[in-house]
Design a protein around this ligand. Structure first.
Ligand SMILES: [Zn+2]
Length: 348
């Protein structure tokens, strides 16, 4: 009996000593253990034919908004003071219809830094259903549903994953989650929130947006705005554990920085890059064949990459939320002046 006990203790000791160090920050965070199966479930729902391409103003976009809000609520994310039912903001659209932004927050753990917020944004709407383009030469009718799995189902599930991870383990700064509507109608939902914020903008020190046309290189993440804020080293630190290297916007001529929801926060002065799954040119087949095409479906997706991309996004947000100093615009950036107006000239 004694011998068995001794053997057990010895075994436990040897086993413990040989187990790889699991105390690193990367391993001890919820995002390191993020479930790819759960992400796939979220994406397959949001990009399903039943969701009819999530066109803002249509009932199916309301179903998507409700789904996101219920993921926030069930994860333990709290509503935001002033939001409708805690989690919604009604956005007027041009045609007299309305759609809703979805919002939630997680309070930071540091007594002082928790008054500062990292804003995580993604648009959840897409372009809906369009009439098929003529005869496709087969007996099967052409697909008319623009499912938007990449654009921006991927971004939406990244924000949902962030909700779950930060609700399990909050960082020092507070997290503000915002899934915006009507991006495809001209950044309408994010502009409406930027003009009607529920948390004062001068408490929001960074915005990490995520938006996607498609991807062609699963070893990288394309960060539109890399090099423009002082967070580059934090972004490298956040993506590396997941086998992903950040690269800057490969085609600045396309004006991508100013074409997604992040620009509405940049204009307020908030440093605001956009995470996109890896592409090296907009003409890459992985982008061109899917961007605003009915082919942008959840069936045709690299779920291993989607998981690592999501982990990298959440972990980068965590590192920025835990950093001693909030990042700032690089000197001379076109939004630097707006930041001085927002946060006050002397302090960075
Ligand atoms: Zn998009």
């Amino acid at each position: 009996m004694k011998l068995i006990q001794l053997t057990a203790i010895l075994f436990l000791f040897v086993f413990t000593a040989c187990t790889p160090d699991s105390s690193t920050m990367e391993d001890s965070t919820p995002e390191a253990r993020l479930s790819g199966t759960e992400l796939e479930k979220d994406l397959r729902f949001l990009a399903s034919d039943e969701l009819r391409g999530r066109r803002a103003g249509m009932p199916s976009a309301e179903v998507a908004a409700r789904y996101i809000a219920e993921q926030f609520r069930s994860a333990g994310v709290t509503g935001v003071p002033g939001a409708e039912d805690g989690y919604f903001q009604t956005v007027p659209l041009n045609n007299g219809k309305t759609s809703r932004n979805v919002i939630g927050m997680i309070e930071g753990t540091d007594p002082e830094l928790k008054d500062e917020y990292i804003l995580l944004t993604a648009h959840y709407d897409h372009v809906g259903v369009r009439s098929p383009r003529g005869d496709n030469g087969s007996d099967t009718p052409a697909d008319s549903i623009y499912n938007g799995a990449r654009d921006n189902g991927m971004g939406t599930i990244a924000v949902i994953a962030a909700a779950r991870a930060f609700a399990k383990k909050a960082p020092k700064r507070s997290i503000l989650l915002l899934a915006v509507t009507a991006e495809e109608m001209g950044l309408v939902g994010s502009r409406y929130y930027a003009e009607n914020p529920l948390i004062p903008h001068n408490q929001v020190v960074y915005n990490l947006n995520v938006d996607t046309g498609g991807y062609s290189d699963t070893s990288i993440v394309t960060v539109v705005g890399l090099g423009r804020t002082s967070a580059d080293s934090l972004i490298i630190q956040g993506t590396k554990p997941f086998g992903i290297e950040p690269i800057a916007d490969p085609s600045p001529g396309e004006g991508l920085f100013d074409r997604s929801d992040n620009v509405n926060f940049a204009r307020q002065g908030i440093p605001a890059p956009t995470f996109s799954p890896g592409f090296r040119a907009f003409s890459d087949p992985g982008v061109a064949n899917y961007y605003h095409q009915p082919a942008d479906e959840a069936d045709d997706m690299d779920y291993d990459y989607l998981t690592r991309f999501t982990q990298a996004y959440v972990h980068t947000a965590r590192i920025i939320a835990n950093a001693d100093e909030a990042p700032h615009w690089m000197p001379g950036d076109k939004y630097e002046e707006a930041a001085k107006q927002l946060y006050g000239g002397g302090s960075e």
